[in-house]
Design a protein around this ligand. Structure first.
Ligand SMILES: C[S@@+](CC[C@H](N)C(=O)[O-])C[C@H]1O[C@@H](n2cnc3c(N)ncnc32)[C@H](O)[C@@H]1O
Length: 500
């Protein structure tokens, strides 16, 4: 059945903001064909008229189009920020004894709001029910029905530790049933983020989690939705957005705040710093990292001066490019690690001939160019990689380094910050930021970044720093030592200034 998708795309965008273009068009066509069959209408024009007049049909269609991917304790560091910083601060500021109101907007099948309950219960015990009220809202009524049921399978647990599962779920066969003490804490409501009005129960929130939803909207829609969410927030309320979505949502609606290396939006003035409470709930013990610890990550020019190397012989391209290659990007990485740049570059040329947008090949090319002090060329290659993967941490770090070596300090800071925006655990970018701040006479900022690196590298499982392709040779213990050393020196300097 041939269906003209455009009127449907327009209607869906107009009513709920969802953009269904590019690869999503195939799904839209399949779902429309399915609904035309189910409703026994003869063609898409008839179905369109039916859809316009029937809110039930529109709901059925939307339920089939939403993407409900979610899991318990997703982006766990944001939950730690909630329990250790935001909540204690809001509780302290509270003038009445009303519960703090927490909303998960776009809550899908409920894993997010229930994770918030469990995280706060770990800290506040039974007081959770009097201290907080939790609400979940989503446009997808089927997802909400599943959320209310509180029944899950293994897919909702990506690394949640067994003791948490045992504490809060009853398990039989394939089903994990959430215990009533958690399930009864959350109220679920239908909610269209793009609507003009919201159910009364969703207003006056102190904290809104709005994570992994904005990616389905374009910028003007995101702005409208953020204005809507701001209207649901109390003064001094917080809006928490997924880490990777921060930049795309920094639209001037609410001010962006950085705290503990994480970002959120704050409706009121950024309140005074509240120190972490005595015994924070250590989520890292409860969520098993998916990324294995790498005590030793390979790298080279990143902390030591760049060593210049021989130019690529002119013959390399023509000799190696002709026959079909039988090597993988891993082998190119190995050549780079061994600093056999000519050989590596020859392989890269072949890979790029076959696929000019090959991100890994472009990044390794930029890495080699950087090591050869060809800074502008390195920058060009890294920018080409960003065209295919706009969130490549490797590219942000490479661009930061290229700028740093050219002494374009402001630019270097911007690129490293971009890496940290996209992945706050990027300790490598944080280390360079610290170094730049220290050299630029900004000791407070330098201290903050050195501390962040120390904190990240001191965890039993060092977090994934987001670097995917670049061969690094950083020994964590050495970097920790360097940070501690610089912190001590910065402390000394401060005391000397104090004595003057
Ligand atoms: C990928 S899930 C995110 C779930 C959860 N917040 C998380 O981070 O794991 C996105 C959810 O946004 C919901 N959504 C999409 N458009 C919406 C809209 N206009 N109003 C409310 N919810 C919407 C979808 O139904 C889906 O359940």
């Amino acid at each position: 059945m041939i269906i003209d998708l455009e009127p449907f795309q327009k209607l869906i965008k107009q009513r709920c903001g969802l953009i269904l273009e590019g690869i999503d068009e195939e799904k839209l066509a399949t779902v429309l064909a399915q609904r035309i069959t189910v409703t026994r209408l003869s063609n898409s024009a008839e179905y369109y008229l039916h859809l316009q007049g029937s809110s039930d049909e529109f709901q059925d269609l939307v339920n089939l189009l939403t993407i409900n991917e979610t899991y318990f304790f997703r982006e766990v560091e944001q939950l730690r920020l909630l329990t250790e910083r935001l909540v204690p601060r809001l509780l302290m500021q509270r003038e009445d004894n009303q519960p703090l109101r927490i909303l998960s907007a776009g809550c899908s099948t409920g894993e997010e709001p229930y994770s918030l309950v469990m995280a706060l219960r770990e800290k506040y015990g039974d007081d959770v029910s009097s201290l907080f009220s939790f609400t979940g809202g989503d446009i997808d009524t089927q997802a909400l029905a599943k959320a209310r049921s509180g029944c899950y399978n293994e897919f909702s647990f990506r690394g949640v530790a067994e003791d948490i599962k045992a504490r809060y779920f009853d398990h039989d066969d394939w089903v994990y049933r959430l215990k009533d003490e958690i399930r009864n804490q959350v109220e679920f409501h239908e909610m269209n983020l793009f609507a003009d009005e919201f159910p009364a129960a969703l207003y006056d929130c102190d904290i809104i989690f709005f994570r992994n939803v904005s990616i389905y909207f374009d910028t003007p829609t995101r702005r409208i939705i953020q204005q809507n969410l701001a209207s649901l927030l109390n003064d001094n309320g917080y809006l928490m957005i997924g880490t990777a979505e921060t930049i795309a949502n920094d639209l001037g609606v609410l001010p962006l705040v950085e705290e503990d290396g994480l970002f959120y939006f704050s409706k009121g003035q950024h309140p005074a710093f509240v120190p972490a409470t005595a015994s924070p709930f250590d989520f890292s013990r409860h969520v098993v990292s998916k990324v294995a610890a790498q005590e030793h990550v390979s790298t080279e020019c990143y902390s030591t001066p760049v060593v210049s190397s021989l130019p690529i012989p002119e013959c390399v391209e023509s000799t190696v490019a002709s026959p079909a290659p039988c090597f993988s990007i891993d082998e190119v990485q190995q050549q780079c690690s061994a600093k056999r740049y000519d050989e590596a570059m020859a392989m890269i040329v072949v890979l790029l001939e076959r696929n000019p947008g090959d991100v890994s090949a472009l990044l390794l090319k930029a890495h080699i160019q950087l090591n050869r002090k060809e800074f502008e060329l390195a920058e060009t290659s890294a920018r080409q990689a960003l065209q295919t993967d706009p969130w490549s941490i490797d590219a942000f770090v490479l661009l930061g380094l290229a700028a740093k070596w050219r002494e374009l300090i402001g630019e270097a800071v911007r690129w490293f910050k971009q890496a940290v925006y996209a992945r706050h655990e990027c300790w490598l970018a944080r280390y360079y930021l610290a170094e730049l701040y220290r050299a630029g006479g900004e000791p407070d900022k330098a201290r903050r970044e050195y501390r962040a690196v120390l904190q990240l590298l001191s965890q039993s499982t060092v977090p994934d720093n987001g670097i995917r392709v670049l061969p690094l040779e950083v020994v964590h213990s050495e970097l920790r030592f360097l940070c501690a050393h610089q912190l001590a020196k910065l402390g000394d300097q401060q005391r000397m200034v104090g004595r003057k």
